[in-house]
Design a binder for this molecule. Structure first.
Ligand SMILES: *Cc1c(COP(=O)(O)O)cnc(C)c1O
Length: 220
């Protein structure tokens, strides 16, 4: 049984090493610890070890565990990294600090309304489907710039970052490079890319945050 706290420190030192190798500033990459499917008792020691940034892929699952953990650790930063349905935007805006999966007009519109209504403004990332995979969420790369522009001009949203999940069976490098290129063209600085299998590579391509689950908590 792997120890999540030991793995946390191993991943953090691997991140530091990748930062140095990429001539990046040490500590400049944020570790988003992906805690989906793991319960509060499993997550708590990782928080106690100092980790504060977490990612969940389902709104409902996150609602069941994070309000209680947050009561004890108010400085938790919670990221939504899974697809958002428009009937869940109210809950998502109330719970998350960063929503990484803005990928269509309907979601942009409903987030804009809901954020004003709640006077709560999570940071927003646009998810780009860099591999144009039919089954995968995210805006197509060819439409990304136009979509980001509409998020800004039509819906009044500030888009802080871009997120991608490269195809599982491909070299992720070109996908990370594509995401960086789109972000550069759109004047966006944050890049959420890299998971357990490829976060060190992503750091080489300019990731500002990596989303790591199984390398810390074990397999799901
Ligand atoms: C589950 C998930 C991760 C973490 O994946 P691991 O391979 O377990 O590190 C990262 N990003 C997204 C969007 C996920 O759904």
């Amino acid at each position: 049984m792997p120890n999540a706290v030991d793995q946390l420190f191993a991943v953090k030192s691997a991140i530091n090493k990748a930062e140095v190798e990429a001539s990046r500033v040490k500590g400049s990459v944020t570790l988003v610890t992906v805690s989906k499917t793991f319960d509060a008792d499993t997550i708590r020691p990782v928080i106690e070890a100092g980790q504060r940034v977490f990612g969940e892929n389902r709104v409902q699952e996150a609602q069941l565990k994070w309000p209680w953990l947050r009561a004890d650790f108010p400085d938790i930063e919670l990221h939504l990294i899974g697809p958002l349905q428009s009937n869940k935007t109210q809950e998502a805006v109330a719970l998350f600090d960063v929503i990484e999966t803005v990928d269509r007009e309907k979601i942009a519109a409903s987030l804009s309304l809901e954020m004003k209504k709640q006077n709560r403004f999570p940071k927003l990332y646009v998810q780009v489907n860099t591999g144009s995979e039919a089954q995968k969420a995210g805006i197509d790369p060819k439409e990304a710039l136009a979509f980001i522009t509409r998020c800004r001009d039509v819906h009044g949203l500030i888009i802080e970052g871009l997120m991608c999940i490269p195809p599982a069976d491909e070299n992720p490098g070109p996908h990370f490079a594509l995401l960086e290129k789109i972000a550069h063209g759109a004047g966006i600085e944050k890049l959420s890319m890299g998971m357990s299998g490829d976060y060190e590579i992503a750091i080489g391509f300019g990731a500002t945050s990596v989303r790591v689950g199984s390398a810390i908590f074990g397999s799901r």
